[in-house]
Design a protein around this ligand. Sequence first.
Ligand SMILES: C[S@@+](CC[C@H](N)C(=O)[O-])C[C@H]1O[C@@H](n2cnc3c(N)ncnc32)[C@H](O)[C@@H]1O
Length: 273
Amino acid sequence: MGREELAVAFDAFERAGWRGRSEAYKQGVAVLTARLIEPVLDEARVGAGSRVLDVGCGPGGVSAAALARGAEVTAADAEPEMVAATARRLPGVRVEHAILPVLPFGDGEFDAAVGNLVINHVGDPRAAVRELRRVVRPGGRVALTSWYYPKMRATVVFDEAVAAVGVPRPADVPEKSPFQAYGTPESFAGLLQDAGYTEVRARTLEWEHTVDPEEWWTAILTGTARTAAVIARQNPATIERVKAAYHAILAPHLTEDGRATLPAAALLTSATR
Ligand SMILES: C[S@@+](CC[C@H](N)C(=O)[O-])C[C@H]1O[C@@H](n2cnc3c(N)ncnc32)[C@H](O)[C@@H]1O
């Protein structure tokens, strides 16, 4: 498959993969992604009166924090259910159904655009960053995050469990995100530089995510797109084997109260139009 075909297939998978997951995502994975909200808004220099676009808003955590800073928020997501969840959570906020890399906004309409864990879900990251540059004003900021896989364990333990059991990946589930080519601070920065941005900054953030192992298993199986598809589509016996492998992988991370503390890491890149 060429890059364009891969992008189309990846986007199609993502559209189907997020359907029906907004509530589960909010309860589980959003707690992990919340750690990045304030750093993203800081990098985008969002403050009182900023006109900010929260793209791939999910259930609205970034938008809520931007509102708390006094910003004028527009939220957008590719999944209608996420759009509805954010609209319910933040009455009065403009929330649009929109799919990167095509946004229904005018040139320079925003002072800042932020996307927390979204660029790794788009089929064509280069087109996406160009589109985000288009909708911010000259001098405006864009800030984006993705997982930093060399240091990330909180979600990667599921991939490790799948690998340990040797589960075959369903043919329609993409092996990796097209963004994986930009998975270091240098290459993520290069993606933005090549799109014409200036003042590009890229760094990694590391923290610990503490989970109840059973709740985290359910959270990932019900609130993610790709990992959930690989595991949940297996037969019950195979799912049980993956779960046993997951518990074995978590064992060294368990604390006295039965919870597990897992390393988490993200890339945060920001730039000026
Ligand atoms: C991992 S969630 C992140 C949600 C939220 N930003 C947060 O901080 O938790 C990814 C979100 O991006 C959305 N998404 C995926 N591909 C997208 C695209 N091409 N354009 C806009 N949103 C997209 C998904 O529907 C989902 O809500």
